[in-house]
Design a protein around this ligand. Sequence first.
Ligand code: ADP
Ligand code: MG
Length: 192
Amino acid sequence: MVDIKHVLNWLNEFASLIEQNKAYLSELDTPIGDGDHGNNMSRGVQAMQSQFTQASLNEVSDIFKTTAMALMSNIGGASGPLYGSAFMEMAKAAKDSHDLPTIIQAGLNGITKRGKAMIGEKTMVDVWQSVCDALLANQLTQQVIDNAVASTQPMLATKGRASYVGERSKGHLDPGAVSSGYLFTSMLNNIK
Ligand code: ADP
Ligand code: MG
């Protein structure tokens, strides 16, 4: 259920997964980026969790909005405004609907509006789009998430910092796809 308790459990588990995999995320960002994705995400989720204890969270929409602001102003890298836009659009959608596919679709729209990436460009969009499609078809499983993350490995990056290394971007997982994979794994574990 998309209610306050389950959404908080979801995002707190996401924060744990980021903390546990912080070094791994930065390692993934080293050959095709600047090696900061784990540290960026960690700063973001720590700020998010500290806001959860301070902000007044009366509805699901408040949680997403608080998350958006914490991620946007603390992540630093390109992924900050992208995750920030996703959660801001999710906050708007959650005002009218507690339907999970509708909310995730709104988040994806926020990312593509800001970053202009499409599926196949080796970004977090590859995971968000696959998850969104599966949710709309009521077929989201851990396998769908894992496959979407793995699909970024052979891709050529054409957006973001990874596009600077051109052909050498092939053969590496996209760090933002991996962190988005954690977001959806924790969603699957908490939102029934
Ligand atoms: P930076 O690239 O500024 O160092 P991060 O390392 O925190 O920022 O985040 C990199 C991740 O951001 C990439 O792995 C990719 O998933 C995502 N990303 C970068 N540009 C875009 C974009 N235009 N659209 C969607 N996602 C993007
Ligand atoms: Mg980086």
